[in-house]
Design a protein around this ligand. Sequence first.
Ligand code: CFM
Length: 461
Amino acid sequence: MPLTLLNCDRSIPERKKHTYIKDSTEEVLPLCDIQTTPGDFTERGCTYAGCLGVVCGPIKDVIHLVHGPIGCSYWTWGGGTRQNLSDNPSFHRKYCFSTDMQEKNIIFGGEEKLYDSIIEAHEEFPEAKGVFVYATCAIGLIGDDIEAVCKQAEEEIGIKVVGFNCEGFRGCSQSLGHHIANDALFERVVGTKEPEYTTDYDMNIIGDYNIQGDLWLMEPLFERMGIRILSAFTGNSSIDDIAQAHRAKLNLMHCQRSTPYICEQIKEKYGIPYIRASLFGIEQTSNALRDVAAFFGLEEKAEEIIADEVSKVAPKIEEYREKFRGKRIFIYQGAPRAWHWVEMFREIGIETIAAATTFGHEEDYAKICERVKDGTIVIDNPNSIELEEILTELKPDIFISGLKEKYLAYKLGIPFINGHSYEKGPYAVYSGFLNFARDVEKSIFAPVWGMIRRRDAKRND
Ligand code: CFM
């Protein structure tokens, strides 16, 4: 079996099943999407994080009210965290709403406090088009009936009040939170509003969160082709956009981990098909445009756009490829970006020697394994001790991951870029790819690494 146990994992032998060395003669995938082993200091987030922080949070014109102790709201004040931008910055990601549950409320129940908080938030921000209520662990334990409260408050204030039963302890990672968000948005919001008009070329982009403006690069590409983006789920999205998503002709599924649920539901109820696509890098973006064009019969237009865009970026990418030749990367992302990035790095001449995800499912690992060479280490849900061992042993030329791992890499003297909220993105489609390659270059060739190497060489003298 091409499974391996890292040295640091001798006291948690269960980790062996999650640590795979790719071997094309044996079809094994690392064990994934299961509860973290006790004693393993996982980096995973919780169900509540997946629901609010990932899928719902980018919706720009609703009050996101956290029902729970104030600590659960620590990371909800958007500025420094996930860069899901919108064109409504005077409200979106600017305020933080919480019911601030106290001991008394935990003992006697928090329904009244929740009701009052919804009313108060609405009074303070009458321009908000809805209120989304998120249940935290404490609420699941005391059993507040948030749906009943939401219903009552909705009747009172006359705008949508949607409850999400996304208690943090449910599920084994943030992944279940995506699913819960999809289900509630589908049941309570999709189909509740009709668009002013429809066209034969209406499409939704499902599963892009406008990280540092990715969506703002994607939309114009499709619009040039003659397609109208009816609704984006959920980057820079209004609740009204989600409400009319059922009238598109096609769903383009970008993040394929956080949104297959709603794509399936829309397909089943409204008969709208979806296609899976990756809008990162030249080849994947061109393939996505071709797939969409084939659906709408816009092939010629798509080829024109592809030729034009590729001619603008290809020479520069070729230069980067020369510059990066022989460099090796360790990729660690939440899930699908791990396999999206493998291809992007390949296009700039960088080989993936290790890949990991926090909450990937089997499909994600299958896609990673399809794309990497034999001998690549593919590890599920790594903790920071394991990351340190891999970084120290394999010494990649660059590590792509998130804020939690940035300083670990720096302390080990390894160049790093942030693949979650980016360095200076956007990174999507053609023009974003140039930003991506530039950030990789800046990181690998930063003069500081030379200084560290000289210092280390001196010490070893
Ligand atoms: Fe989808 Fe995402 Fe991701 Fe994700 Fe995420 Fe993200 Fe990610 Mo960070 S929705 S699964 S929960 S592509 S926030 S924009 S980068 S871990 S791989």
